[in-house]
Design a protein around this ligand. Structure first.
Ligand code: UDP
Length: 331
């Protein structure tokens, strides 16, 4: 039986494909390559290029391959872009999920692990955030993912499609052997942007806002190494294979770092001065997001190996220094 990884050419998807292959799984990747990179896909996985909103494409792949379960990453994930173009997010993320569930129902595929996000919580009432806390997104990205969670819940009730929603906090880092890493164009995430500034390929690094109610006034986020996040998907897959009930889990380290702390850690790891200015707040940003992640640890048995922000930044820096052009496939 085969695992279909949707969005397996993307940043988190490609790391998960590599970890699945290492675990001995047979893997197919479906990706439209809008933001993904074919070169990021492990050579042992079979690749089908197409869009998850295309029912015909999904049904072709699902009739060719014998799919046991889906791991679904194929979504847009940039908060500021979602504020400017919410329909793009509802179409691909929420709409894409509906098409995918239709195809899963048709082909009798009854297990899915998918990417949700801490952005579904919005501005939390308490820290750390528990899975049972209210979900009130402050941006369309989070809203599009919350809608996915709600839709799948009813698909489980009606059609018996079992799911695990993994609510990611902030992911960073790269494969420790340097084989794959993060390559977004344009890059919007804090750690790779700081590393571009460290490498001298970006100036005008700005920290967005220093008047939040946090320890130093800058936003606080919870960082997870991409390989630990990838491994959480494999645990979730095995949880579903064991016949357990559908559920949602936070995947975070349970430790918060402010944007200035991340900047200082990157200065230490890279040995570069990394000039930065304080800019205005970025619309849609909650002040602090820190996960309570004991549920993933106790129920899924998740045990992050790289629970150290300097290791996370170090692996990202190793990738960035050796691949300043990312996968080198930019038009
Ligand atoms: N951030 C920043 N400067 C940048 C990019 C991001 O200060 O050039 C901040 C952003 O406002 C947020 C944090 O870094 O407080 C993490 O943002 P990112 O986009 O990496 O992830 P998000 O939390 O939005 O998923």
């Amino acid at each position: 039986m085969t695992i279909a990884v949707l969005g397996g050419a993307g940043y988190i998807g490609s790391h998960t494909v590599a970890q699945l292959v290492k675990a001995g799984e047979d893997v197919v990747v479906l990706d439209n390559l809008i933001t993904g990179h074919e070169r990021a896909i492990d050579k042992k996985a079979r690749f089908y290029q197409g869009d998850i909103r295309d029912y015909h494409f999904l049904s072709q792949v699902f009739s060719t391959e014998k799919i046991d379960a889906i791991i679904h990453f194929a979504a847009f994930s940039i908060v500021p872009e979602s504020m400017q173009d919410p329909l793009k997010y509802f179409d691909n993320n929420t709409g894409g999920m509906i098409t995918l569930l239709e195809a899963m129902k048709q082909f009798g595929i009854d297990k899915i692990v998918f990417s949700s996000t801490a952005a579904t919580y919005g501005e939390p009432k308490q820290i750390p955030i528990k899975e049972s806390d209210p979900q009130v997104p402050t941006n369309p990205y989070g809203e599009s993912k919350l809608a996915m969670e709600k839709i799948i819940k009813w698909a489980d009730v009606a059609y018996g499609i079992h799911f695990v929603a993994l609510r990611y906090f902030n992911v960073a880092g790269a494969m420790p052997d340097g084989s794959i890493g993060e390559d977004h164009h344009p890059e919007t995430h804090l750690i790779p942007i700081i590393l571009q500034a460290a490498a001298g390929t970006r100036d005008n690094l700005q920290i967005f806002g220093d008047d939040y109610p946090t320890k130093d006034g800058t936003n606080v986020r919870d960082y997870v190494h991409v390989v630990d996040l990838a491994d959480a998907h494999i645990l979730a897959l095995n949880y579903l294979r064991a016949g357990n009930a559908s559920d949602a889990f936070n995947i975070g380290s349970a430790t918060g770092f402010s944007n200035l702390e991340i900047l200082n850690a990157a200065r230490k790891v890279t040995g570069q001065a990394i000039p930065a200015k304080i800019g205005p707040r970025r619309p849609g940003d909650p002040s602090t997001l820190i996960a309570a992640s004991d549920k993933a640890r106790s129920v899924l048995g998740w045990k992050p190996q790289f629970d150290d922000v300097e290791k996370i930044i170090g692996d990202a820096w190793n990738w960035h220094e050796n691949h300043p052009e990312g996968f080198g496939d930019r038009q």
